[in-house]
Design a binder for this molecule. Structure first.
Ligand SMILES: Nc1ncnc2c1ncn2[C@@H]1O[C@H](COP(=O)(O)OP(=O)(O)OP(=O)(O)O)[C@@H](O)[C@H]1O
Ligand SMILES: O=P(O)(O)OC[C@H]1O[C@](O)(CO)[C@@H](O)[C@@H]1O
Ligand SMILES: [Mg+2]
Length: 515
């Protein structure tokens, strides 16, 4: 393998037949003559039975596994797992764990397994927890974490460490890491958190410190790219079933009953899409990636009336980020981390539907609105997310002990890997409405495609005008999705000649944005 173009975020290594390794940084990249130690796992009674326990240095995992016979081998990530050589002596390790952003089932499992993994696999005894997110580094006390103190925390929801948004001050955080002589930092959080982790890693590197920074990606919305899915997502989908079932029971118990359920998903509708597919009781699923409209032919009101006439009841699932452009205009507000504060689309929609059907010549309906969002987020992980969280935590521990830094541990095509931080923060994972999964969902609900809004109704929802060749298209919000095929094409949904159409836009093509 020939190494080229090294930057501080990731190391690109090229091999034969278009093979590319997007490798994670290592402490030895900027600190020379580091001492190494044998991995104690080779004499651990539990692990010594495994025939080939240590991961081969050359093992990598392919990002795209659907290939053609002439396809280049493409991007790979370093396989996660224990290495023969360690760059930390267990007795010298002083690790810390911090959790940031919104809650997610499995956070406590990850904390538990970092503590237990460090202790039982490597004999590390000094692990501290940072109170309440990034700001806790410089404004709060820390708590000592031992296998005993974390033994049953995986059965609880939330995070025993507390969390917060905002408050990321890189130099104060790194000063604190230095003052406390911390040399392994485990950062659990979503896209925002991992951007923060990246800034911390960069500052540590600039200061030449022997401190490994390991991220464990967390997001209930499943909006982190590259990885197969994020921990807690399955639990959220499962818990959402209870709300959908309740909505269904309410709707079927009255004449013309409508059950409306709001689920989380700020920018990505994965929970809503999977919960809908799992339930089969849902008649319509609305997500941020797919615009919809209420009035007129092909609109939501028409569909509701049709379903009520056919079945006498219906269930609608709406992701919290859907239809934000339809909700009454107001100035955009941001939370402490800079995320858009959403308007309550569920409440808005329940009022709009009630208002519409209360008109003369419409139907008498009974609508029940259920908002289970924070109840879903606050529960402990289910069995499969507990196992998944355990493996992510253990991978992060193995990686840090092996001297890797500036990485997240993540599942890619079913294998655990180390991914450079910049790869998971450069974009958000979104439901691709031109992919099969969305089509499967549409075929299960038979809901309208909302592709032909009546003339004039959606003009105000147009976000950009873009030119493709000589044509100017009006692009609907949120639909510049990130799905890129091999030819570098993006799918966008555009407004052309009074209806919505899909267009493939070349990534490099001139796109003129104007609000
Ligand atoms: N660009 C950034 N640079 C440095 N720190 C950031 C950045 N964006 C966010 N952060 C910090 O990361 C922390 C968490 O960010 P945020 O509130 O966006 O949640 P998140 O990690 O994306 O999780 P989720 O969206 O799943 O709730 C906050 O403390 C915030 O200050
Ligand atoms: O109310 P909070 O804590 O800011 O979190 C709400 C957001 O957090 C998430 O659960 C994760 O980003 C989103 O789905 C939701 O919009
Ligand atoms: Mg986020």
């Amino acid at each position: 393998m020939a190494s080229n173009g090294v930057d501080w975020q990731m190391k690109l290594v090229e091999g034969a037949a278009g093979y590319v390794l997007e490798d994670v940084p290592h402490l030895s990249d900027y600190i020379h003559d580091l001492h190494t130690y044998p991995n104690p796992l080779q004499s651990n009674p539990a692990y010594s039975v495994v025939r080939q326990y240590f991961v081969d240095e050359d093992d990598t995992v392919q990002e795209k596994i659907v290939v053609h016979k002439d396809s280049p081998r493409g991007t790979h990530f370093r396989r996660a797992g224990p290495r023969q050589k360690m760059y930390f002596k267990p007795a010298d390790v002083r690790a810390c764990i911090v959790t940031c952003g919104g809650l997610c089932p499995g956070l406590n499992t990850v904390i538990r397994e970092i503590v237990c993994g460090l202790h039982f696999m490597y004999g590390v005894t000094e692990v501290i927890g940072v109170d309440c997110g990034f700001r806790g580094f410089y404004s709060r006390n820390t708590v000592s974490l031992t296998p005993k103190s974390v033994s049953d925390i995986h059965k609880r929801g939330g995070t025993i460490l507390g969390t917060s948004r905002g408050g990321h001050d890189t130099s104060k955080i790194v000063d604190n890491i230095q003052d406390r002589e911390i040399n392994q930092v485990y950062i659990i959080g979503g896209d925002g958190t991992q951007k923060g982790a990246s800034a911390i890693y960069k500052e540590i590197r600039l200061r030449g410190l022997k401190v490994a920074v390991a991220g464990i990606p967390k997001t209930i919305d499943n909006d982190i790219p590259v990885i197969d899915k994020s921990f807690g997502f399955d639990t959220a989908v499962e818990e959402a079933q209870r709300a959908i079932n309740a909505a269904h029971v309410e709707a079927t118990s009255v004449e013309n009953g409508i059950g409306l359920v709001k689920l989380m998903g700020r920018y990505s509708g994965f929970i809503a899409m999977y919960a809908t597919l799992a339930s089969r009781d849902v008649d319509c699923c609305l997500i941020p990636e797919s615009p919809f409209y209420l009035e007129g032919k092909g609109g939501l009101y028409e569909f509701i009336a049709k379903r009520l006439r056919e079945n006498g009841h219906m269930v609608i699932v709406i992701a919290e980020g859907a239809g934000q452009d339809l909700v009454a205009e107001s100035t955009e507000q941001l939370d402490a981390s800079g995320n858009k504060l959403l308007k309550d689309v569920g409440l808005w929609m329940s009022l709009k539907i009630k208002e519409h059907f209360a008109k003369p010549r419409e139907m008498d309906i009974t609508l029940k609105y259920i908002d289970p969002t924070y109840m879903i987020r606050a529960i402990p992980a289910n069995a499969s997310d507990n196992v998944y969280s355990t493996l992510l935590a253990q991978s992060a521990v193995h990686g840090a002990m092996a001297g890797y830094t500036g990485f997240v541990s993540g599942l890619v095509n079913g294998r655990h890997t180390y991914i450079p931080l910049n790869r998971i923060t450069e974009r958000q994972n979104k439901v691709v409405i031109t992919d099969r999964m969305w089509a499967r969902m549409l075929s299960s609900t038979n809901q309208p495609s909302f592709m032909n809004p009546p003339k004039g109704t959606s003009e105000k929802h147009i976000r950009w005008r873009i030119s493709i060749g000589n044509n100017v298209f009006k692009v609907l919000p949120l639909l510049m999705n990130d799905s890129r095929n091999c030819a570098g094409l993006c799918s966008v949904v555009v407004w052309a000649n009074g209806s919505m159409k899909f267009r493939q836009v070349r990534k490099q093509s001139p796109v003129n944005e104007s609000l």
